[in-house]
Design a protein around this ligand. Structure first.
Ligand code: AMP
Ligand code: GLY
Length: 415
């Protein structure tokens, strides 16, 4: 079959790579793709949010399955558009994707269905939000309500910081139409629990952990993610069962009950607190960079899974035992401003897998073209071996404008 992947980052490269392993796949297109993806798929110059153009392309090329990577495409209604045209697509409708695109929708759903999460209140008025925060303990957790590429959350230690963030979010319209959710502050290790979901059916994936801060020791600004690994030694089988039975399954059921059944990947951003496992956030798609360490561990044919989800059929997931650990190579300056167009060398010397996150081809040369540029995945019998393999490969890659964290996986090594 011919398949189309929508998106052009590391996550989509990992999806393309998984599809390329399926004997059922004859041709892969990726829109817009990137220089790494171009080695495994034909890249099509259509942006993620041009949903009608994507639909027309899929119809004209006889694509039998489209897989959506990024949230912006879902929020633009790509699944609705494809479904209306009778085209098979893996990804939730715009209504179901609200579990990610609207923090308030997600929090109210969890409150209504008794899903464990931090207590919260939503505000649209700056003065009311400020007064509420001033009367509560710090740190204060302030979340801009809407898609903000992982950068819409501020953990304010003082009233001055909280006030500046509330002004940004509610007065200056830095992000657009303003609404803010103020949450209780939770503590504990975070982990990502992604499940394939089709209405009431839920198939759990192996767990992974992302590293959101820019620098070693979890210091510096929040980013889209600087590294990830799987499995997670500090989450027990019992924790996993609890999360499935008390969080992911009931949320899938709730979405059906609410009239917006979920189809696609439901991503639970969870925290193991002293009071049990709680939800930090949901995403309506594969996580990035978690997908880049989870899908390499998938033994089953991913096409069977995508089709089972789209058709509401049963299927089984099998996983490899090896550990996978991946390190992001990001442009100096990221997540702030950074330069593009620096040449990358040595990719042919890498022993493991490199997923491209933000690259561009210039003839035979590969250039940096984004904040996060490459994702280097090491494999091993355990996480220590996987990290050593990833770090060895990082050293084989040359570029004068990249930096990376050296402590990915520290949660697993320190405990
Ligand atoms: P989110 O975009 O909702 O995942 O938030 C980004 C990051 O902020 C999370 O990965 C957490 O590290 C942190 N965070 C979010 N909500 C809370 C909370 N209620 N308590 C503590 N930390 C939080
Ligand atoms: N890694 C977090 C996310 O995909 O939002």
């Amino acid at each position: 079959m011919k398949v189309l992947v929508i998106g052009g980052g590391g996550r989509e490269h990992a999806i393309v790579d998984a599809l390329a392993r399926s004997p059922q796949v004859e041709k892969i297109y990726c829109a817009p793709g990137n220089a790494g993806i171009a080695r495994q798929a034909e890249c099509v110059p259509i942006r993620e949010t041009e949903v009608e153009r994507l639909r027309d392309f899929a119809a004209e090329q006889g694509i039998s399955l489209t897989v959506v990577g990024p949230e912006v495409a879902l929020a633009a209604g790509v699944a609705d558009c494809f479904k209306a045209a009778g085209l098979r697509i893996f990804g939730p409708t715009k209504a179901a994707a609200r579990i990610e695109s609207s923090k308030e929708f997600a929090k109210e759903l969890m409150a209504r269905y008794g899903i464990p999460t931090a207590g919260f209140r939503a505000f649209t008025e700056y003065a009311a939000a400020r007064d509420y925060v001033a009367g509560r303990p710090f740190p204060a957790v302030l979340k801009y309500d809407g898609l903000a590429a992982g950068k819409g959350v501020v953990i304010a230690q003082t009233m001055e910081e909280a006030d500046a963030a509330l002004k940004d979010m509610l007065l200056d319209d830095k992000f657009g139409e303003g609404k803010v959710v103020v949450e209780d502050y939770l503590e504990g290790p975070e982990f990502s629990f992604m499940c394939f979901v089709s209405g009431h059916r839920v198939w759990p994936m192996v767990l992974a952990q992302d590293h959101k801060r820019a620098y070693d020791g979890d210091k510096g600004p929040n980013t889209g993610g600087m590294g990830a690994y799987s499995p997670l030694p500090f989450i027990t089988a019992e924790d996993e069962r609890y999360a499935l039975e008390h969080i992911l399954q009931p949320v899938a059921d709730a979405m059906v009950a609410e009239g917006c059944p979920f189809e696609g990947v439901l991503y639970g951003g969870l925290m193991k607190t002293a009071q049990g496992i709680k939800v930090i956030e949901f995403n309506a798609r594969f996580g990035d960079p978690e997908t880049e360490v989870v899908l390499p561990r998938l033994k089953s044919d991913i096409v069977d899974i995508f089709c089972a989800v789209a058709e509401g059929r049963d299927t089984r997931l099998e996983w490899h035992d090896f550990a996978a650990l991946g390190i992001v190579l990001a442009s100096k300056g990221y997540p702030g401003s950074y330069e593009k167009g620096h040449e990358i060398t040595g990719l042919e010397n890498v022993a493991g897998t490199v997923y491209h996150m933000g690259t561009k081809a210039d003839g035979d040369r590969i250039l940096t073209a984004g904040g996060r540029v490459l994702f280097v995945v090491g494999r091993g019998r355990d996480l220590a071996e996987a990290r050593a393999a990833a770090l060895r490969d990082v050293e084989r890659i040359g570029c004068d404008n990249l930096f990376h964290r050296t402590d990915i996986g520290h949660w697993a090594f320190d405990k």
